[in-house]
Design a protein around this ligand. Structure first.
Ligand code: CTP
Length: 431
């Protein structure tokens, strides 16, 4: 891919949040990538993310550098023009030959192969207008990759989901080797499936905490909470699927350990604190556990008996593991590249989440609204907002905890890539 020039158009669909992964993989493969962000695309993901990944200015307007004739220059020099995601509106504009922004102008001016990942709601994809536009684009040589079936914005499920970044990158690579002549009858849609064996996080070390700590009162009783550990386990499993070395520090959960994950069983917040701090130099630490803020000051050595009268519990604060990790790192004491906290809230979740993110000096905070149906403790599903320290946010509508885990790791991946684009492929010491 070295010296190959790829223009990536990012338009205003929810899958725009995955476009940085496409860009990152192409940059890692050695390509020169120019991102053209439409106004809609910029509502979902910021130019700074792409500029950090590509080291090049993001273009949005025809009017930005008029003297450079950006629209013609990008179009002429591109080896491929790729659009991820391609909304119904962008497909319609491209099919009609409109040139009302930098992306459509570039599409009209280029003679390079064009690859698009359609992404929209099922009804829009199936509408005769979109069908006709897709047919026109194919006829003219545009390779349409997908859409795939799966979860769509707002909790709907069906055809219209953008293909995953790896599948799109494979299509871009295929287009690079393609003859610029359009075959008679247009190009067939590409059905590119990502290599399931690819392990982009090989060599990364990930620590995930899960479950709820238990603070003993006497030999048979404890103070605890309702966390089952499901969300943290889903994150550990997703990280292991990406090839990371994963330690799962887990408390108070009966659930099994996912394949490829090392389980570290703890009971109390203090034990979890010790185990997590000992692993703080991982690439990623995700604090999904519900940690007791307080513990009984004294643990009775013998079972408390009713006959002894009503006991009075006196509590003392537990260490705040997330805050300790954040503070240690901020003071130059080392710590993870990406630090992720969780917050389960019942009131004003986003405002409380922002406050917690800043207080604990994390990079990302996953906020659960406990009042939302199907979200939080004991459910197989979750609905979250992922807040980032740079002010951006990613909303994940109600979906499975496995999908939430993957979406979170996609957000983490962008930050990991910006910090360290090429992790060592060697296994971590001692593994
Ligand atoms: N956390 C932690 N150690 C603690 C308490 C919380 O590491 N002693 C972590 C949790 O794992 C989670 C995040 O901090 O990632 C937020 O937990 P939460 O209980 O919402 O935070 P609190 O500081 O207890 O906030 P609140 O003001 O709501 O009590």
């Amino acid at each position: 891919m070295r010296n190959r020039r790829i223009v990536i158009g990012v338009t205003g669909g929810i899958a725009a949040y995955k476009a940085p992964l496409v860009v990152r993989r192409l940059v890692a493969a050695g390509a020169d990538v120019d991102v053209v962000l439409t106004r809609g695309g910029a509502r979902f993901v910021g130019a700074a993310t792409f500029e950090g990944l590509t080291g090049r200015a993001v273009r949005s307007e025809v009017w930005d550098a008029v003297e450079e004739e950006t629209h013609v220059a990008l179009a002429r020099h591109a080896d491929v023009v790729a659009v991820y995601p391609a909304t119904a509106h962008t497909m319609a504009r491209a099919a009609s030959g409109l040139a009302d922004d930098l992306l459509t102008t570039t599409l009209l001016a280029t003679t390079a192969p064009v690859v698009m990942a359609p992404a929209m709601h099922t009804e829009m994809w199936e509408h005769p207008a979109t069908r006709a536009n897709a047919a026109v684009l194919r006829e003219r040589g545009v390779a349409l990759v997908g859409p795939a079936e799966g979860a769509l914005m707002g909790g709907d499920v069906g055809a219209g989901r953008a293909v995953e970044p790896d599948a799109f990158v494979a299509a871009v690579v295929a287009a690079l080797g393609q003859d610029r002549e359009t075959p008679v009858g247009g190009v067939p849609d590409l059905e590119v499936v990502a290599d399931p064996d690819e392990q982009p996080w090989a060599g990364r070390r990930v620590v995930v905490t899960a479950g709820g700590t238990r603070e003993p009162i006497d030999p048979v009783r404890w103070l605890g909470n309702r966390s089952t550990g499901r969300m943290g386990i889903a994150i550990a499993a997703a990280a292991a699927r990406r090839g990371a070395d994963v330690d799962l520090v887990i408390a108070g959960s009966e659930l099994p350990t996912p394949p490829g994950v090392t389980r570290v069983e703890v009971t109390t917040a203090s034990e979890m604190h010790e185990q997590v701090l000992a692993r703080a130099d991982a690439d990623v630490v995700v604090k999904a556990a519900a940690v007791a803020d307080f513990r009984p000051a004294d643990v009775a050595q013998r079972k408390l008996k009713k006959a002894d009268g009503t006991p009075t519990l006196s509590l003392v604060p537990n260490p705040d593991i997330l805050a300790d990790l954040g503070r240690r790192r901020a003071e130059g004491g080392g710590g993870p590249t990406v630090l992720v906290g969780f917050a389960a809230e019942t009131d004003d979740p986003v405002a409380n989440g922002r406050d917690k993110l800043a207080r604990k000096q994390a990079d990302l905070l996953v906020v659960n609204d406990l009042t939302a149906t199907g979200a939080g403790f004991g459910h197989d599903t979750n609905e979250v907002v992922i807040l980032a320290a740079d002010g951006s946010r990613t909303d994940v509508a109600l979906t499975s905890k496995d999908e939430v885990a993957d979406r979170l790791l996609d957000v983490v991946d962008v930050r990991l890539a910006a910090a360290d684009p090429a992790p060592s492929r060697e296994p971590a010491p001692g593994r």
